[in-house]
Design a protein around this ligand. Structure first.
Ligand code: GLP
Length: 257
């Protein structure tokens, strides 16, 4: 695992966008696993900028988004469909037919989950998976659980997640209680993982995920078993971790700006 320190949010976003851009330049037909939330939006802005300058071409790229709220149609401003189109897809040249996001309003959610796993398999898996981290330790919407073995599934969101994500809604009551998420299995089968974390409130959960015991009660802790993980965290996250948990392992893996 590589941990890269970024001086601020802009730097975190550019470093992550550089890694994604290198992937697409080297392998234009890559399958990118994409994430939503506040953290990756700066990455998308940077990629759009490089696309507009002619530095990057997404015409052969496929995308697979991690998750979607249940019950929100794609034109709902809080849906992840809307987020992805307005923050990224509408401004770059990924062919519409190469874009994949779970359908949160599918009549039969179980068959939608099966369809999504099948399409990931047919694409040959994910080449580079972008991840944020939720304050329950969730990746995608894989909430604390009793095992790591779920494929794409419908998940009941934890209260803590609903509260955190209510920043995007008018009130916590409006946050859907369920979501469809790609499972830990597809994430762990991705060839490369890139996790971004911004803001000191992520320090505790990031530390427990990367250096604590591997347990499904902290879903992101499974990442310790992946052979190719890069974490890019803002300096305030890393300072906070170091202050609370001076730890030799942490110092060894840390790469500074
Ligand atoms: C949501 C998404 C996750 C994301 C998390 C953290 O729950 N499903 O993929 O990592 O939020 O989001 P933020 O970046 O806003 O803290």
């Amino acid at each position: 695992m590589k941990i890269i320190s970024a001086s601020d949010y802009g730097s975190m976003s550019r470093k992550a966008a550089n890694i994604i851009s290198a992937q697409v330049i080297l392998f234009p037909d890559s399958v990118l696993g994409l994430a939503t939330g506040a953290t990756p939006s700066g990455i998308y802005r940077q990629l759009i900028d490089w696309y507009q300058k002619g530095d990057i071409d997404f015409s052969k790229t496929h995308t697979v988004n991690l998750d979607e709220y249940c019950g929100l149609p794609s034109d709902n401003r809080q849906s992840y469909h809307y987020y992805m189109h307005s923050n990224f897809f509408d401004q770059v040249n990924i062919p519409e037919e190469n874009i994949n996001i779970p359908n949160g309003i599918a009549g039969d959610i179980d068959s939608e989950c099966g369809r999504y796993d099948k399409l990931i398999a047919e694409l040959g898996g994910i080449d580079l998976q972008i991840l944020g981290i939720g304050n329950t330790g969730h990746i995608g919407f894989n909430e604390p659980d009793e095992s790591f073995d779920k494929t794409t599934h419908c998940v009941k969101l934890k209260e803590k997640t609903i509260e955190a994500n209510s920043k995007f809604f008018e009130s916590p009551d409006q946050v859907p209680k369920y979501a469809i998420t790609v499972g830990i299995k597809a994430i762990m089968q991705a060839k490369k993982l890139l996790l971004v974390a911004n803001g000191s409130e992520k320090a505790e959960i990031l530390y427990r995920s990367l250096f604590g015991p591997i347990t499904p009660s902290i879903p992101a802790s499974i990442l310790q078993l992946h052979p190719d993980v890069t974490v890019i965290a803002t300096e305030d996250v890393l300072v906070q971790i170091r202050k609370n948990k001076p730890d030799a392992i942490f110092e060894r893996v840390l790469r500074r700006d």
